[in-house]
Design a protein around this ligand. Structure first.
Ligand SMILES: Nc1ncnc2c1ncn2[C@@H]1O[C@H](COP(=O)(O)OP(=O)(O)OP(=O)(O)O)[C@@H](O)[C@H]1O
Ligand SMILES: Nc1nc2c(ncn2[C@@H]2O[C@H](COP(=O)(O)O)[C@@H](O)[C@H]2O)c(=O)[nH]1
Length: 198
């Protein structure tokens, strides 16, 4: 069988992408695999190298980019982020649905590849609510928060571009947003579960 289609999650920082995708991975045992990106930002409390990100220096990451090891990479809020070819291949080798959590530059660049994912945009109900969620998360300095809010305004406009995303989910009530997400991915989830039993 051809492998399952990957899924790209994008949307403003703080919209709830990680919250939703962690729930999805947890509920569906051995169906999804997370593409672990590289980043030059520092780990947050609770994050683990190799699970949440591969944390690297800018020099090391730039060298790997120059060496052609990345499918896409971007500068976001003062740090480099990127999806390595190895990260995606590791998930696809297990015939799992590969999940990518990337910004809008990543979306544009993935569209130039033959990955053919389902594109899902996760959006906050409003800028005010987004700001509150980011502040309450307590992961950002004031400078980083402002950079992320500025980027969020652009990301919110980007999600409205015709044909850019297959589905746009507004993450207001978490259970509702999660229900919508599961409905969107039901066909791919069923395909993976069926392949497991055949
Ligand atoms: N529906 C919701 N209602 C209230 N709070 C939420 C909801 N969804 C997520 N949150 C909270 O909002 C904060 C931001 O969510 P999360 O970290 O998942 O965002 P993100 O899009 O992955 O951000 P980033 O791109 O910066 O990693 C978290 O503290 C999370 O617990
Ligand atoms: N283009 C890419 N964007 C990525 C990648 N990994 C994460 N991201 C995006 O960066 C921001 C910030 O993430 P954070 O963990 O520092 O809050 C967010 O929008 C992610 O979607 C990547 O490999 N490529």
């Amino acid at each position: 069988m051809a492998g399952p289609r990957p899924v790209v999650f994008s949307g403003p920082s703080g919209a709830g992408k990680s919250t939703l995708l962690k729930k999805l991975i947890k509920e569906h045992d051995n169906v999804f695999g997370f593409s672990v990106s590289h980043t030059t930002r520092n780990p947050r409390p609770g994050e683990e190298n190799g699970r949440d990100y591969h944390y690297v220096t800018r020099e090391k990451m730039q060298a790997a980019i120059d060496n052609g090891e990345f499918i896409e990479n971007a500068e976001f809020s003062g740090n480099l982020y990127g999806t390595s070819k190895a990260a995606v291949q590791a998930v696809q080798a297990k015939n799992l649905i590969c999940i990518l959590d990337i910004d809008m530059q990543g979306v544009k660049n993935i569209k130039k590849t033959d990955l053919n994912p389902i594109y899902i945009s996760i959006q906050p109900p409003s800028m005010d609510i987004l700001e509150k969620r980011l502040r309450d998360r307590k992961t950002e300095s004031e400078e980083s928060l402002q950079k992320r809010l500025n980027a969020a305004r652009v990301e919110m406009e980007f999600s409205k571009e015709p044909g850019m995303f297959d589905v746009v989910i507004v993450n207001d009530n978490l259970d509702d947003a999660y229900g919508r997400l599961k409905q969107t991915l039901l066909e791919e989830i069923n395909k993976v579960n069926k392949a497991k039993t055949s």
